[in-house]
Structure formats: C-alpha cells, structure tokens
Design a protein. Structure first.
Length: 336
C-alpha cells in the first residue's frame, strides 16, 4: 500500500509502498478515504516533545474510511462501516482514569500516528473498540478534522464549565479556533475572538463571534473587560506566550482559563491574583470516545463545519512547509 513514512526527525516524509497491516482479534482494518493534517503530526515528525514517537513512523490521527476487515472479538462493527481513527488509539480500560470517564488521561494509552502507525496511508490498522462511527450525512472530508481539532475544542469548552449565555474568549482562530467558535455558538455561548489580520477576524465574525479583536492593534485585555466585564472562560488555542497571558487576564472572578495550545515558552502564573479572584487554570487534551460522538453529532446537525483545503498524500511535505509558515486557513485534508 501507499504511505507517507518519516524515517528521521526533521527529515522529509517519503512516499513508499509498504505492507498492508495485519490485524489481530481486537483490531479492524480501515481503508482510508481521507486524513486531516494536524500540527501534532509536524511535532511528531520533528521530535519536538519530551516523549518521542516511534520511528520510522506513518503519521496521522484524523484518518477516516471504511472498515474492510474485522477481528474476531469486535462485534459492534460490520464490514463497510464508515469510521474514524482518532488520536486516542486505545487505553487500558481498567485504570482509575478509564473507569471514571477520563480515558484520555490513561497513562497506558496508545496514540495514532505517534506511538503506533497512523493514517497517512491507504490502509490503517485500528483498535476496534476505539474507532468511532461517522454519521451518515457527514462526508469523509468534513468528518476528518473533527477527529482531532473538533473533539479537542469541543472538550475544552466542556471543561470550561461555561453555561449558555456566558461569555467565552477564543484565542487563535486557526484550525482549532475556527471550530471552537462554532462549537461555542452551538452551545449557546457568546464569543470573543482574538487573532490578527482581517481574514481571521472576518472569519470569526461570519461564524458568529460577537466581538473580534486584533492582538497586534487592539488593547485586547481592556476591550474584553470593558465589553464583557470579564469572560466566564477563555480557550487558548494560540501557541504564543502573550496569547496565554492575555487569556488569563481577561477572565472574570471565578472564571476558568483552559489551555489547549502548546507553546515552547513557560507561562508565569500570578498566584496572588489566582487565589484572590478564585480563577481556575486547567489543561485540556483531546477528548474521550463519548466527547467525539457528541462533537460529530453537532456537525451532523449542520451546526459545525470545518473549513477544509483538499490535498493529496503526495503533497504532505509541501503541506508541512505551509504549516510551519502559518499559511494555512482552516484544516488541510488529504484525499487518498
């Protein structure tokens, strides 16, 4: 089968012919029809994070396609089912985190396109208990980005505990943020969107944001505080230290700052203000199978739609170059 393979950190991916994976009793084999490209894939191929991925590696954790083989222990799927293979490839199912509904925190989890080969390939092996069915009225192209970017932003909004009618600030209106705005609106929240440039701010406004601010030209903190009296929650998908600092500064007393992006710098936390104002600062990492089912349902109802750019697997190195240069609006999805 055709696949994009990374052999060394910071090297070019090679389009190769490799063997179709063999499945075992708990697995399924999925014929991949489309796969989204996530910034995490770039981090994996560059070895940027403390826990390194397997190498050589077939990246990809937004793969969607058709089940073509099923292991003996998998009884809830049938041949031809349309499914996606998310970042959470599998979890142990027995630890405190798994048993309490926090399987995305399982210390024994495997991750698609990181610790196991992913879906930058014509076929991908997956744990049959962790693939998620795609609603019938969602195309493969529309579904693919939701298996990471969608569920990540949806989960962050759930973690924020914001209620309908509350204000939420979304920092960064890129591949994650443009979905966060849509999920927030669908959940009945009022949105402040922060990014830079007319294109990003016009996009946020068209998606329903009530207030759109440019962090390069606007006094973001004072304007947000004046307009909202402080937001109930902020979701920071940005990867800059200043973005994280502003996401903290716009929170009202008792509010919650949810960190999603992964900047290389550390963010100093003002302990006195955090205690005095009763502010919570939390991290949010992707989501569970239940979160993913819910986030797909919003899209199936027509309330959320990723902005996608269609490419092919052969374009992957050029896609990574564009990603590094911040030249992508929305999400790239490769058709296979």
């Amino acid at each position: 089968m055709k696949a994009a393979v990374n052999h060394q950190f910071k090297g070019q991916l090679e389009i190769q012919d490799i063997d179709v994976p063999e499945i075992t009793s708990n697995d399924v084999l999925v014929k991949i029809h489309a796969c989204g490209v996530c910034h995490t894939d770039l981090h994996a191929c560059h070895g940027d994070w403390p826990v390194k991925p397997k190498m050589p590696l077939v990246p990809g954790h937004e793969g969607v396609g058709e089940v073509v083989k099923i292991g003996a222990n998998i009884t809830h799927l049938k041949l031809g089912d349309r499914v996606g293979i998310p970042w959470l490839y599998s979890a142990c199912g027995q630890c405190d985190y798994c048993l309490s509904g926090d399987e995305n925190l399982c210390l024994s989890q495997q991750n698609s396109g990181y610790s196991v080969d992913g879906s930058y390939a014509e076929y991908c092996k997956a744990n049959g208990n962790y693939v998620i069915k795609i609603p019938d009225n969602l195309s493969y192209i529309d579904a693919a980005p939701l298996f990471c970017a969608g569920v990540t932003t949806y989960k962050a909004l759930k973690v924020s505990d914001a209620k309908p009618g509350n204000w939420v600030a979304i920092f960064g209106i890129g591949g994650l943020g443009h979905l966060a705005v849509q999920y927030a609106i669908a959940m009945g929240l009022k949105v402040v969107a922060i990014d830079t440039g007319e294109d990003k701010l016009n996009l946020a406004k068209s998606l329903g944001a009530s207030l759109c601010l440019d962090f390069k030209t606007d006094d973001v903190v004072s304007q947000v505080l004046e307009h909202t009296n402080g937001v109930h929650a902020s979701i920071c998908t940005a990867v800059s230290k200043s973005g994280f600092e502003q996401s903290y500064q716009v929170i009202r007393r008792g509010g919650k700052c949810v960190l999603v992006g992964l900047p290389p710098e550390e963010m100093p936390l003002p302990i006195f203000d955090t205690v005095l104002n009763g502010v919570s600062v939390v991290g949010s990492i992707v989501g569970t199978r239940k979160d993913l089912i819910e986030c797909l349902d919003f899209a199936a109802q027509g309330k959320v739609k990723a902005i996608t750019i269609e490419k092919s697997l052969d374009d992957i190195n050029a896609i990574f170059d564009d990603m590094q240069n911040a030249e992508i609006t929305g999400r790239v999805v490769m058709k296979l």
